[in-house]
Design a protein around this ligand. Structure first.
Ligand SMILES: Cc1ncc(C[n+]2csc(CCOP(=O)(O)OP(=O)(O)O)c2C)c(N)n1
Length: 320
């Protein structure tokens, strides 16, 4: 598979951006400067990156409670994201939403979502819109292994399959739903096996190999754009941190985490790019330093931004 150098470097930069953004979020959360629940994506960067490297600006994505990587990969603004996490007025939701409620409809980001399985109907609706309007846009639905046990997963796959909607269901299988191992919560080893029930392709890929994800997602997106309907793509990956920041992670063995760290998607891709002659180690360091500066700027923007005023507390919020 020949991929242009520019795209390969975009993928590298994007993975590093997610990692450094989130490491900084962990730091500021521990320091009490970031509020609400925060679920980090560290370790899973290759999945969002490999998938979104195939997308156009006008394509749609839906995200989850672990959404920073998806938003960054679809072009989300680091400053607005950081300001939102810091609870500031300049943030994506004017500081009232936090990590799990960021959307940017102009970029096709239809929202992070605190409701597990909440993205399935939204992505399927976006796919229906694209089909109805006769555009060749696609909708990508990111979701976890735990979410595939929700009714919404099955309803969405059924409708998307019978209507041949341009939806790509991207399962990020990090093997746990909070502290519940996948082995205890489902009777099949692969989430992708569930595609058979809806007669759509179910594909398993190494979710820590950005090129493998890029290629498999590319196939699925091509199918969707040409009217052949949905695909269920399962990316096997792992989160290095707890379910949420502050989770003591007593439910999984330390050796398991160590084993997965050996398969870290970032150094792995760095080595591949070095072998291809595209990225020398000192260039990788330069890129990391450049991205570190962008994140410093995002933090500065957030810290210098005003808080929402108490009078605004009931604006922009609603209940149904
Ligand atoms: C409808 C619903 N049920 C339960 C929860 C509580 N909850 C939050 S995250 C989570 C586990 C999700 O696991 P998974 O889908 O595998 O995603 P991961 O956290 O592994 O990325 C649960 C049960 C919720 N937010 N929404």
């Amino acid at each position: 598979m020949a991929i242009e150098k520019e795209k390969l470097l975009w993928m590298y930069r994007n993975m590093v951006t997610i990692r450094l953004f989130e490491e900084r979020v962990a730091e500021y959360f521990a320091a009490g400067k970031i509020y609400g629940f925060v679920h980090l994506y560290v370790g899973e960067e290759a999945t969002a990156t490999g998938v979104c490297a195939n997308l156009r600006k006008d394509d749609y994505i839906t995200s989850t409670h672990r959404g920073h990587g998806h938003l960054i990969s679809k072009g989300g603004d680091l400053k607005l994201m950081m300001a939102e996490l810091f609870g500031r007025k300049t943030g994506y939701c004017k500081g009232k939403g936090g990590s799990m409620h960021i959307a940017d409809v102009e970029l096709g980001i239809l929202g992070a979502n605190g409701i597990v399985g909440g993205g399935f109907p939204i992505a399927t609706g976006a796919g229906l819109t694209a089909k109805y309007n006769g555009t060749d846009q696609v909708a990508v639905c990111f979701f976890g292994d735990g979410a595939s046990n929700q009714g919404t997963f099955h309803e969405a796959l059924n409708l998307a399959s019978i209507w041949k909607l341009p939806v790509i269901f991207v399962n990020e299988n990090n093997m746990y739903g909070i502290s519940m191992s996948q082995k205890k919560s489902m009777n099949v080893p692969d989430v992708a096996a569930r595609a058979a029930a809806y007669n759509v392709p179910g594909v398993v890929v190494d979710g820590n190999d950005v090129l493998a994800v890029y290629e498999a997602a590319g196939e699925a997106i091509k199918r969707a754009r040409s009217g052949e309907g949905p695909t269920l793509l399962e990316c096997k990956t792992y989160r290095y941190r707890g379910h949420f920041e502050g989770d003591p992670t007593v439910y999984r063995p330390k050796e398991e985490v160590e084993e997965w760290k050996k398969k870290d998607p970032i150094p792995r891709f760095e080595n591949e790019l070095a072998k291809m002659g595209i990225l020398a180690p000192d260039q990788a360091q330069t890129i990391k330093a450049e991205i570190g500066k962008l994140i410093d700027e995002a933090v500065k923007f957030a810290e210098e931004s005003p808080w929402p005023s108490p009078e605004e507390i009931t604006e922009d919020v609603y209940a149904v």
